[in-house]
Design a protein around this ligand. Structure first.
Ligand SMILES: NC(=O)c1ccc[n+]([C@@H]2O[C@H](COP(=O)([O-])OP(=O)(O)OC[C@H]3O[C@@H](n4cnc5c(N)ncnc54)[C@H](OP(=O)(O)O)[C@@H]3O)[C@@H](O)[C@H]2O)c1
Length: 257
């Protein structure tokens, strides 16, 4: 299946890199456009795809079009296009109804990926309209499963999901940076400290498949121990409350845009 990316920015690059390294269910070919920065050519060179001169040519030569521009560009980009067979929209806070207005003759699927699709351990939330062509939806789903765990959600849950799984890699990076910084200040090699945090996160992610967050917390923090002291300091500094505020701020931004 030929997949064409309109937009070659951060998320297009993450998905394309994920597919380029996938052993199966990857696109037979990937095409890219940009708005003049040259990122399409650079990305095509990196993943073995092809940059295309115009969005129109890209649509004509693609089986599935990934819409990977900023939400504010939707109307401008859609205006000049022939109808793609299928559109996978990555646009944050952009409901199916708004997408369907712009692509009335296409099967439109709304996606919310996170950055870890680049290493094929991403999460992709997916909402498709009632009555969508099941064959196309299944074909797209198997492509997405090559780079992620896919969750099918109602359209109205996508903003909340975005605040939970789309934004969170940045929050985890903040944790890695803070702990890595302290580790380095305490004498560890900075890169080793960051890697230790990352591997602790990966291990904890695996544990979360089997145990609840509470079980993990209590299994690590024995009474009177160093983790308990750390958790108390974290709570005093706003700990979990800070993440609640981050979640709320993302929701407010999405609903205000
Ligand atoms: N970043 C994330 O983690 C993430 C997560 C989930 C969803 N998303 C969604 O993914 C979409 C893209 O986000 P991003 O972070 O990848 O943005 P980005 O890095 O700014 O990339 C946007 C891309 O769109 C291109 N573009 C703009 N107008 C165009 C046009 N008329 N024709 C063709 N290409 C055009 C830009 O071209 P130039 O290169 O020439 O500027 C750029 O390559 C957004 O809707 C966002 O909500 C992002």
């Amino acid at each position: 299946m030929v997949v064409g990316f309109i937009g070659s920015g951060n998320m297009a690059a993450a998905m394309a890199r994920g597919w380029a390294g996938a052993e199966q269910n990857s696109p037979s070919k990937m095409l890219f456009t940009d708005s003049g920065s040259g990122r399409a050519t650079a990305l095509a060179g990196e993943v073995g795809g092809q940059a295309v001169d115009s969005n129109e040519d890209l649509v004509r030569n693609s089986d599935v079009v990934v819409l990977a521009v900023k939400p504010a560009s939707l109307e401008e980009v859609a205006a000049s296009l022939p109808a793609p067979r299928a559109v996978l929209s990555l646009l944050g806070a952009t409901p199916l109804a708004r997408l369907a207005e712009q692509f009335p003759d296409s099967t439109v699927i709304r996606l919310m990926p996170n950055l870890a699709v680049e290493v094929r351990t991403g999460v992709i939330c997916m909402a498709d309209p009632e009555g969508a062509d099941e064959g196309i939806v299944a074909e797209c789903r198997s492509l997405l499963e090559a780079i992620s765990t896919v969750y099918e959600l109602p359209d109205e849950s996508m903003d909340v999901a975005t605040a939970v799984m789309g934004c969170s890699p940045a929050y985890f990076a903040v944790i890695a940076e803070a702990l890595g910084h302290e580790g380095a200040a305490g004498g560890l090699e900075p890169e080793v400290a960051i890697r230790m945090v990352g591997e602790s996160m990966a291990g904890t992610a695996e544990l979360l498949r089997r145990r609840t967050p509470f079980e993990i917390e209590t299994a690590v923090a024995s009474p009177g121990g160093s983790t308990e002291a750390g958790l108390e300091a974290l709570a005093a500094a706003g700990g979990a409350d800070a993440f609640r505020k981050a979640f709320e701020a993302s929701i407010v931004r999405m609903r205000g845009s």
